[in-house]
Design a protein around this ligand. Sequence first.
Ligand SMILES: [Zn+2]
Length: 402
Amino acid sequence: MPRWLAEAIAVPAAAQLAVTPVLILMSGQITPVAVIANLLAGPAVAPATILGFAAAVVAPISVEAAQILLIPAGYAVGWIITVARWAANLPFATIPWPGGLLGLALLAMAVAVAVPLLRNQRCRAITLAVVAGVLVASITLPPALSPWPPRRWLMVMCDVGQGDGIAIAAGPGRAVVVDTGPDPTPMDRCLSDLGIQEIPLIILTHPHADHTGGLPGALKNRRTGAALLTSHPTPPPITQTLTTHKIPQWTATPGSQWTFGPSELTVLAPPTAPPTTHTTTEGTEINNTSVVLRVRWRAGSILLSGDIETEAQAALLTTASPAADILKVPHHGSARQDPAFITAVGARAALISVGSDNSYGHPAPATLSLLHRSGARIYRTDQSGDLAITDHNTTLAITPRN
Ligand SMILES: [Zn+2]
């Protein structure tokens, strides 16, 4: 290896080694890609910092001059973000490691074993060859190493465009379906990719086309047990489709509970007497009758909130605790969100099912900002395609398809 390259790698490697004990204590994982990511991002750090600072100094005197300085700073920051995204998506970007003092002790033992081995020239050459081989294989063979769906998937938010379509694991070849998106084709595609042949329960949260239009695609060649509908009258085309397929239709009532495979479903809303909606639009009124569900797994829970808006969100807080590890953001991230509801859910991840460049302006910037402030990490189907929730060492993890 040339001396300059060895020195270039040595600096980020040393920095990574120095912070690894702290990262183990905090996050319980090792990030082997950090060295190469820091090596690639490093040259952009100085221009981004110096030009950004210079723009902050110049801005009070001349905003135009500051904007000129920010153009190259923006390119530098963009490069850092690109490298970070690329590295985070690599297989083995992070390796789970026990957190806390136990993890630290195990790391010390691993180092104590590795250092004498790596001092031996032959061992070092073998280790380098194995690491290089794994790195090359993991970069060149991503499809083989990251098949879809990911192992131990518990839920998939299907990329159905502007709408909702969700599959909840209910045992091999089976899924509970919550909404079906606006079109049959993407819903059928998503369920076929998951190998779903049977739907023990299909839930239509409310009778809007972006949640029910794909119903024929979900039912296509799949045995379906029953349909759960909201208390708001369901339009004849939907009920006729269900009747044609001989699917019994039930009305959701709070407190109803089912267990299918690894998933336990509980209906939280709408209440038997729906909340009075002091708004003018019929759309909002129907959105507020959405069936709201909490799904629990061994590793955590998600709140599936349909399209409820501020009135139904506030009403839910008076009848049930909506707390969950993950929130399906109501109404595709529209602006009508109750901050008290978002706080009460307390989710660490927020999933938004939304079509790119939709005419509604979903998700609203104010809602994204509210979710950021709540501490939730945001995932969007328009940016990531299908989103899977998996059981990752007994905690929930989210795997974007793209
Ligand atoms: Zn909707």
